[in-house]
Write a protein that binds this ligand. Structure first.
Ligand code: HEM
Length: 416
């Protein structure tokens, strides 16, 4: 028993998680003055952790594992089944290397060029009388970036329908009822689409660019020297396309940041690349996106007098760690300049997970995310003139992922 671990009193807290969303762990940390406590979620005893010290513990592969950690509803929508997120040890290392081998400087330059190109193209093609929802526009633009980069043709596709189908995968895991089931249906439809391509590459019916992820993933060999099951290769290719599309959530938050912090936004007009990057880093720190990372205790162990029992579900609060008073000065203030001369560790700034990219579960696409957000901010500040109509910029802390209610409407007037 974790006899001396602070306990969240009362019964199962699943409904509280749905009600309090991103703030569930933070609310209890503040109430109990602790970075660690025990609760019950989805009928299971669950340990909740926050702050860089406990993030370091959470990312110790000898103490925590990922198999059987993610809830089924998340696997059926967001992740897909059998992907890299649920692997451990050498199998994880092999699969993760398939992703990380793609993330070099050349790829980042290409992603930057594609992001610029498709934002320009999007606004060159719109009707100038239209009001554009930045969140929805980003989904379409980023689907094109993703598909070009991985080597999937969108020629026969209805881009808006495909972009919205892929968005269902990340908009549905935490929702209930119809929206959740829509997510499951969209997962099966997007998997059918990608699986056809993987199989086409394998049987020679589809000629694929050998430098692209579609070909790499179709031909990747596992630890036994075997090709991945085509269903697994499909899930993994979607593990590139889906999250690139999901960066649109943070584009909406860039729009909100510009609206909520006009002084910081004003400085962007004469900003260099470094200052643009500080702004988007602050967006990634300040606004919520991914609430928690989940794992299970691998073997019984004791840490600072607290007992961790094998198999216990453990949740690391990503949002709370990025606003933790032990790690950040004035955490509740939006201050991009805090990143000047800031000391990063693998555990103190973890909007996309912490620890190692190669040997741990830190997000494979963090560099891509930074490049696409920076390029988008540059486009909005330096290449597009727009008005901002009256609208509801509010968002809900239990809406995961949170997006401003009117999806950030803009009325473009000129492209430069
Ligand atoms: C939209 C912004 C993104 C956010 C907020 C985000 C967030 C995360 C988080 C929180 C994790 C899990 C960390 C953990 O379990 O400890 C993760 C893992 C992952 N992300 Fe991202 N991500 C984003 C973009 C991307 C992009 C653009 C890609 C690929 C192009 C990507 C690919 C992955 C993969 C493959 C994993 C699994 C890594 C593993 O289990 O080893 N993500 N991401």
């Amino acid at each position: 028993m974790n006899s001396n671990m602070p306990k969240d009193s009362g019964f199962d807290k699943t409904l509280r998680v749905l009600k309090e969303g991103y703030e569930f762990v933070m609310n209890r940390d503040k109430e109990m003055h602790t970075n660690i406590f025990e609760t019950r979620i989805l009928g299971e005893k669950t340990i909740c952790l926050t702050g860089s010290e406990l993030a370091e513990l959470f990312y110790d592969n000898t103490r925590f594992s990922r198999s059987d950690a993610a809830p089924v509803r998340v696997q059926k929508t967001l992740f897909g089944e059998g992907g890299v997120q649920g692997l451990d040890g050498d199998e994880h290392k092999n699969r993760k290397s398939m992703f990380m081998s793609l993330m070099d400087n050349k790829a980042m330059d290409e992603i930057e060029d594609l992001t610029q190109k498709y934002w320009h193209e999007y606004f060159e093609e719109i009707d100038w009388n239209d009001t554009v929802e930045l969140y929805e526009a980003a989904k379409v633009v980023f689907l094109k970036v993703a598909c070009d980069w991985v080597g999937v043709s969108l020629q026969d596709e209805d881009n808006e329908a495909r972009a919205s189908q892929i968005a269902d995968l990340y908009e549905s895991p935490a929702s209930l009822g119809i929206q959740h089931w829509k997510g499951r249906k969209s997962r099966s439809e997007t998997e059918d689409w990608i699986k056809g391509l993987i199989e086409g590459v394998r049987n020679g019916e589809l000629e694929a660019d050998k430098d692209r992820a579609l070909y790499h993933f179709a031909m990747h060999k596992d630890l036994n020297g075997e090709l991945l099951d085509s269903q697994i290769a499909t899930v993994e290719l979607l593990n590139l396309i889906r999250p690139i599309n999901a960066i649109s959530v943070w584009v909406a938050m860039i729009g909100l940041a510009i609206h909520e912090h006009p002084n910081s936004a004003e400085k962007l007009k004469s900003a260099n690349g470094q200052q643009l990057e500080w702004f988007i880093q602050e967006v990634r720190r300040y606004y919520p996106f991914f609430p928690f990372a989940v794992a299970r205790v691998k073997l019984d162990f004791e840490w600072q007098g607290y007992e961790f029992k094998e198999g216990t579900l453990t949740l690391l609060d990503l949002y709370g760690t990025n606003r933790h008073p032990d790690d950040w000065v004035d955490p509740d203030e939006f201050k991009p300049e805090r990143f000047e001369g800031w000391q990063e560790t693998p555990f103190n700034f973890i909007p996309q997970g912490g620890g190692s990219y190669d040997f741990g579960h830190r997000c494979a696409g963090e560099f891509i995310t930074i490049v696409m957000m920076r390029t988008t901010l540059d486009f909005l500040v330096n290449h597009l003139e727009f008005e901002v109509p009256e609208q509801n910029f509010g968002f809900e802390f239990n809406d995961i992922p949170a997006v401003p209610n009117d999806k950030v409407k803009i009325k473009p007037t000129r492209i430069k």
